[in-house]
Structure formats: C-alpha cells, structure tokens
Write a protein that binds this ligand. Structure first.
Ligand SMILES: [Zn+2]
Length: 412
C-alpha cells in the first residue's frame, strides 16, 4: 500500500496536545478528569471530527473514534492508547499511540483504502494511577477485569469518588455498561514509545512486542521486638530490620534463580519503625513488586518468597505477614497480528526486534477480550515519565506507517 505520513502535522499535534498541561513546558501534567484533561479531550474530539471519525464516549470516559467499515457488523480492529500524564511527565507516553493512530487512519483514508472491518481509535481513561491509585482504569473496566462496583468505590486523594469525579466531568451513565463483548474486537494494536533503552542501543527502529509482563504487588510486614540499642544484648534480640534484610535478599534470589531473564523482583519500599539510631527496629514494612511474562513462574517466585519468610520468621523469632495487593496475569501477543506487523516491516525494509513489554499498558487488559499486539518505537536514552522524554520524527513516522499497514491488512 502506498501511504504518505504527514509527519509535520503529527508533530504539531503532539506539541498542541502538550500545551494542555498543569505544569510549565517542557513538563506535561495531565491528570484524568481535571479541567485540563477535559480541554485536551475536547481538542482531540475536534481532531476526530475533522478526520471524519464518529466518536462515542463511555461512562468512564474511554473514547472510541470510529471509521465505519463496509461490513459494520464485522468485529472491529482497534488501536489507541492514553493521553493522561503523571506529574512532570513528557509529551510522548501514550500520546504517540493516540495521535499516531489518528494519522495512520488519515493516511489510510488518503490512500483510497476502504476497510471491511470498522477501525476504531481508542483513548483510554486513566492509564496512569495518579488520581485513583490504580492504573489502566478504563481498560480494566472495558475488559471486565475490574467490576463496576469496585471501580465506583475508588477515591482520589481528596476523598472524591470515581462516581463524583466522572459525573462532574460530564461522564454519566452506568459503569456496568462499559464492559465490551468478548467478540467486539477482531484485533487491538497499540503503538507506544519503548520507555526503555534497548531499541536505541541496538540501533533498531521498531520493537514488536510478543509478551506483556505483569506485576504482582506484595505488602510485607516484619514484626520483631524493639528496645534500647545499648541495653539489649545481641543474644536477646528479635531485630525486625535484620530479619527484613534476609528477606530482601531472599526476594532477590527468588527472581534471580527462576531461570528466566523476564523474572524480576524489587523491594522498592522499606519503612523502619521506630526509626531512631539508638532503638532496635521493632517493625519493618516492605513493598515488593514481582513481574514476569509467565504466570506460573511469577507464582513460583511468590511461593519461594513465602517459604523464605516462614524460615526467616522461625529462625529469628519474628512474625512476617504478607498481603497480596494485586496480581494481574501477564499476556501473550497474538501471533497473527505480530506476523502482520513483521510483514509490514519486511515490505518496507525496516529492521525490528521481538520484545517484551515490561511496563503496565492498556493492551495487557485488552488481551482479556481481544487478540492484541504492541509496536514500540525508540525514545531517547530510554527516558519516560520525565520532561525530557523524546522520540524523533523519523521514529514516530516509521511507527505510524507500520501501524497503518497493519490496520489496513487486519481490516481488509
Ligand atoms: Zn503509556
């Protein structure tokens, strides 16, 4: 297919969208359902209208901009991402998938292509967990991963509920209607910056994601016995921090020994109580993040952590409590979509790398109801979620043309 990507237009749209921000440039801060987010959404809806797409919004604010196919009853081919941005983020995370998806659709239209399956551009609500403490709110509801009741109970840091906040932003309707039918999509494809350094380092312009890793989060608390750092002799101690130190190393080992590079475990939070230099730690709270591309392997890492905590608790006379905060299953990308992406790369003489996606993405949840794949483009130094996040015009244009080819192939 002969496709012309209007890169100047995409770049100016990326700049325009970045101007809807609650932080001064080059930072972008756009939190879901704030006045700034609502203005950005209104601007985006005008772009959709301009492109001849019919947009609808569901009760949580997910936007579906549709290019109707010649067979409107055929399952839909979807693409898209998110436009919310964490405080002091950059211009490209999520946005490349939305505005790139829009340009892919415009390029297909300009080429004279007419799809059989309708093509829908999605803008997911609240991919970032900033406001409600949970990421991918829109796609969790779309896919039925999160129930309407559970979503309604979420609150922001001011104590406002999802219900209050979305109503105030003009998104009424029942949350229960957000879930899509399991046969709604033929395919879903997300273009995204890599958010890591591999493509740039390998000088490869495109990453074809084959697996999407998913995290499990544990909150662990180790309770020992406090006391005076001078008066309590070593033989009488039940030091919570010493026990926690053994536990932290056991967590590292559990991931290291899984035999797969995709297994990772991180203790990112360690709070010590009472936290005085002359006081034996009586309580330590740990926050643990465990990720993998295979569920059974991640479960076995968790199992080993639990076994280690039992052994440490017995040996050191402390009690260790483990709470599983969340555990989303990883997803495999659909081989037919990945093949279509690879075919486009080959036709255009573009190198690509099969990759694992290690961050949270809406595609992880879309995989529950649709065959999915993700297409990565490089970003400078792998930086993301910071103001100097950057993707080059060439890389963006290459991502868009391969996205357009693949949307065309899947919707024909
Ligand atoms: Zn993102």
């Amino acid at each position: 297919m002969k496709l012309a990507i209007d890169r100047g237009r995409v770049l100016s749209e990326i700049e325009a969208l970045a101007s809807f921000s609650d932080a001064p440039p080059p930072s972008v801060t756009r939190i879901v359902f704030t006045p700034t987010d609502r203005r950005a959404r209104a601007w985006l809806n005008e772009r959709f209208e301009e492109a001849g797409l019919k947009a609808r919004q569901d009760a949580i604010g997910n936007v579906f901009a549709r290019w109707s196919g010649s067979d409107p009853t055929a399952p839909v081919v979807g693409t898209g991402s998110h436009i919310d941005a964490i405080p002091d983020a950059g211009k490209y995370d999520g946005v490349v998938g939305v505005l790139g998806g829009l340009e892919a659709i415009r390029a297909l239209r300009r080429s004279g292509f007419r799809p059989k399956h309708s093509i829908e551009l999605l803008v997911f609500t609240s991919e970032e967990p900033t406001r409600f403490g949970i990421g991918c709110l829109g796609s969790r509801l779309l896919s039925g991963t999160l129930s309407a009741d559970a979503a309604a109970k979420l609150t922001d840091s001011d104590g406002a509920s999802v219900e209050q906040v979305r109503f105030a932003a003009g998104f009424t309707g029942e949350l229960a209607t957000v879930k899509l039918a399991d046969d709604y999509y033929k395919a879903f494809l997300e273009l995204h910056i890599e958010q890591g350094p591999i493509l740039e380092r390998e000088h490869v312009p495109l990453g074809l994601v084959t697996h999407i890793a998913a995290p499990a989060t544990l909150r662990m608390s180790v309770e020992g016995s406090g006391g005076h750092a001078g008066a309590v002799l070593m033989s009488d101690r039940r030091d919570a921090l010493c026990a926690a130190s053994e536990l932290i190393l056991a967590i590292e080992n559990a991931a290291r020994n899984s035999g797969a590079t995709d297994s990772v475990a991180t203790v990112g939070i360690c709070e010590i109580f009472p936290g005085a230099v002359n006081s034996i730690p009586s309580l330590v709270r740990l926050g643990v993040d465990i990720r993998d591309t295979e569920l059974h392997r991640r479960d076995s890492v968790i199992h080993q952590i639990e076994e280690a905590s039992r052994a440490i608790s017995e040996k050191r006379g402390v009690s260790i409590r483990t709470e599983l905060l969340n555990a989303d299953p990883p997803a495999d990308c659909d081989s037919a979509i990945v093949d279509a992406l690879a075919q486009s790369c080959k036709n255009r003489g573009l190198n690509f790398l099969p990759m694992t996606s290690r961050a949270y993405h809406d595609s992880l949840f879309m995989a529950r109801i649709a065959p999915v794949a993700m297409l990565f483009i490089p970003c400078r130094s792998g930086y993301s979620h910071r103001p100097d996040e950057f993707a080059s015009a060439d890389d963006i244009a290459r991502g868009i043309v391969v996205l357009a080819d693949t949307l065309g192939a899947l919707s024909a």
